[in-house]
Structures are given as structure tokens and as C-alpha cells.
Ligand binder design. Structure first.
Ligand code: CU
Length: 307
């Protein structure tokens, strides 16, 4: 919500830059696109015609993080302000499924080509760029990074455009699936603490793991309660370390919200492999509450469940 407040300010800041639109970007390297690159999914538009602005982060985890619901109607003009949060180059390209497939093939054949068509933003690490797009035509739209290997690693986001006016929820289930974002807020400091704690458990480093726990924390686990870091270290912790160091855990979903000096982390993991000779294939859910004390984030509550 806070990010939305920034949008009008940023709009002012970008107006002069955006007047040239996508054509200005394209003119240097692709003369045949100088008239504006048409796509089955629509065409570039001037930023001042935008009906709304959507902020997007790109991460080396091959994920786009959208800071607003990606509910777009056919005919709507949307301005995307995109930041590359990673250490690799990434793209934010708009097209329909067929175009994105072709684009990916082209990039594979010619990995060093710089893509500056009107439908593609190509950003270096740390860079922010923007693209304003009028969605018209094919309602099956894919945002994709076509750097070789990235699309294949899951760096795309598919949306079905809403048709007609005022019927946003006609296709609610479909839209909910298409807009599902599995990872959000992972750039936050509190998210790093949760990840570091998990890594320490997996590495079997009890001392490192304990550094992230507030002494007065509460842990709910398997129907039991532990009411301090000391109690945990003398209780379940050994078993948790033994378990996590033997199995393979894969994050399915992870969201971190930070509100002042409090943060909440919600995650789901897939746990596979074997533990003490028994095959394991289960899902774990974890809720972690953190507090910031003297500038440092500490875990004050954990709730784990497995099924
Ligand atoms: Cu990428």
C-alpha cells in the first residue's frame, strides 16, 4: 500500500523522460521498429495515457514480484516501472504466448543481442526502467525474461486480461491462479534473517541458528510448545537439525511483510529425501514473527506444521 502512495510523485518525475516513449529507445538499434512495435498483445503508449501504474521487481531467483494485483482489462493502458534487484541482467518483455516463445528462441540463437523493441525492457543490475503498454488483442498475455535460460527457469508471469467493463470477478478462479505470486518481500532485512536461520539449521550450526532467536521466543511445533530459546536448544532443536540436515527442502512460497519494527514471514516448503532411512515427501508450513531490537531483527515466534 505504501508503494502506491509513491506513484503520483514518480509519475511527475518520469513524465519528461517518458514523452519520447518506447520509440525513442528503439530508434538507435532497430530502425524498422521506429514506428512503434506492434504486438498481438497490444502496443506501446505514452506514459501520460496510463490508467494505472504497476511496480515490478526482478530477482535472480527468476521471479517477478508485482506490487499490485495484476488485473488488467482489454483496452487498458498500464505503466510498468520495473527495477532489476538482481546481480544479473534481466528483461521485462510483453507479448502473447506465441511471441514470447519466438522471442526466447531468437535469444537462444543470438544470446548477446540487446533487445530494445518497444515491448521489451532490458535492465542491468540495479537499473530501473519503465514501459507503458496499451493492452489490445490477445487476452492471453505473458510477461517474460528471454535472457537464455531465464524463461525456462520460470521467469515469466501469465495473465488473462479481463474483458468488458466492471466484471473483474467473472473469471475469478482463473485470474487468481494467473496472478498468483509465490514470492514477495524477500528483499526485506527480516526475510534475510528467516533465510539465514533456516540455512543454519540445515547446515547443522546450532550456535549460528540460536543467534537469530530472541531468548523469550515461543515455538509451536507438532502440538508442543517451547517457551524460550534455551528450552528449544535443549529440546526439539537437536531433532530439527538432524531432520533438516538430512532432507532436501525446496521453497514453494515465501512472503515477508514488515510493519515498523515487526515482521511476519509465511512460507511453504516441499521436503523430500530420506530421514533415518525412511523416505520423506511432505509439505511444511512455517509462520515466523520477528521484532527489530536496536536495529537487529530477532525471531520471537515460530509455528511449524508438516503434513
Ligand atoms: Cu532474467
Amino acid at each position: 500500500m505504501k508503494l502506491n502512495v509513491l506513484a503520483p510523485m514518480m509519475l511527475l518525475a518520469y513524465t519528461s523522460f517518458a514523452l519520447g516513449g518506447a520509440n525513442a529507445n528503439a530508434s538507435g538499434s532497430h530502425d524498422h521498429h521506429a514506428g512503434g512495435h506492434e504486438s498481438e498483445a497490444g502496443s506501446p503508449a505514452p506514459a501520460q495515457q496510463a490508467d494505472k501504474t504497476i511496480l515490478v521487481d526482478m530477482h535472480d531467483t527468476m521471479k517477478y514480484v508485482f506490487f499490485d494485483d495484476v488485473e488488467i482489462r482489454v483496452g487498458e493502458v498500464v505503466r510498468f516501472v520495473v527495477t532489476n534487484k538482481g546481480t544479473l541482467q534481466h528483461e521485462f518483455s510483453i507479448g502473447n504466448a506465441e511471441e514470447q516463445k519466438k522471442h526466447a528462441e531468437m535469444m537462444r540463437e543470438n544470446p548477446n543481442m540487446v533487445h530494445e523493441d518497444g515491448n521489451t525492457l532490458s535492465l542491468q543490475p540495479g537499473e530501473t526502467g519503465e514501459i507503458t503498454w496499451r493492452f489490445a488483442g490477445d487476452p492471453d498475455v505473458i510477461f517474460a525474461c528471454n535472457i537464455p535460460g531465464h524463461f525456462e527457469a520460470g521467469m515469466y508471469h501469465r495473465v488473462s486480461l479481463q474483458t468488458g467493463a466492471g466484471h473483474l470477478h467473472d473469471h475469478h478462479d482463473v485470474a487468481a491462479d494467473a496472478d498468483f505470486v509465490a514470492f514477495s518481500g524477500l528483499e526485506r532485512e527480516a526475510a534475510r534473517v528467516v533465510t539465514a536461520f533456516r540455512s543454519a539449521l540445515e547446515a547443522g550450526d546450532k550456535e549460528a541458528a540460536l543467534k537469530y532467536l530472541n531468548e523469550d521466543l515461543t515455538i509451536f511445533e507438532d502440538g508442543g510448545v517451547e517457551r524460550s530459546a534455551t528450552q528449544y536448544s535443549m529440546g526439539h532443536m537437536e531433532a530439527d537439525i538432524a531432520f533438516f540436515s538430512q532432507v532436501e527442502t525446496t521453497l514453494i512460497e515465501h512472503h515477508v511483510e514488515q510493519l515498523g519494527d515487526m515482521a511476519v514471514s509465511l512460507s511453504r516448503t516441499r521436503v523430500t529425501g530420506s530421514y533415518d532411512g525412511e523416505a520423506v515427501d511432505s509439505e511444511g508450513m512455517e509462520t515466523v514473527v520477528l521484532q527489530r531490537k536496536e536495529g537487529e531483527w530477532e525471531i520471537t515466534h515460530i509455528h511449524w506444521s508438516n503434513f
